[in-house]
Design a protein around this ligand. Sequence first.
Ligand code: CA
Length: 224
Amino acid sequence: MAKRNKSPMPIIMIITLVVIGLVTAIVIISNSQTTRSGTAYDEQPPIEAQPTIGEEDAAVQVVEFGDYKCPSCKQWGDQVYPQLISDYVESGDVNFSFINVLFHGQESYIASLASEAVYSQNPDVYWDFHKEIFNQQPTDHNATWVTVDKMVEIASGIDGIDAEQLRTDIEDEIHADQVNQDNQLVQDYGVELTPSIMVNDVMVEDPFDYEAISELIEEELEGN
Ligand code: CA
């Protein structure tokens, strides 16, 4: 005799599935709120004219607003940058750009003019020059050390830079427009501290929190 199956099992299973679904949704929602540790802007900074390491069409762009005179920027370059490169840039998922900030006056300006000039002369050695300026930062942060002579001396130690041309470029402020464009981006994105790090359109709250940077990158990668 055919009977309706009155076993309560299917109902319990349905309820269980609904509960699991709700719990999963709550976990996903709460994760997306807690992992977005930064301030979102309408647009990510334009990097077409900026020195960029990594794949041009990488899914995620990371931008540093940095100042060659800033001790924290040197520290960030030594501690966080290498992890970012090995975890995400070498795999092609992320590209990284540097935008000059001029918070330390004339010395910041000279170093920015120099790095823009090197980028214009030979983009392939830009990052070597960039790194070497930070390497030359003295422990006495108040010392005056960024001079035209110092920039020429650093350039002389790197193959592929015409050091005397660099001297002329700095003295004649040939790349003032590029430095001013960077400064405009600093204003547009309300940069007040260096380094400031942006993952796509999000300004990271703490640039030294690599876990937060990594989470933001992963979120952006999932969204692509
Ligand atoms: Ca620039």
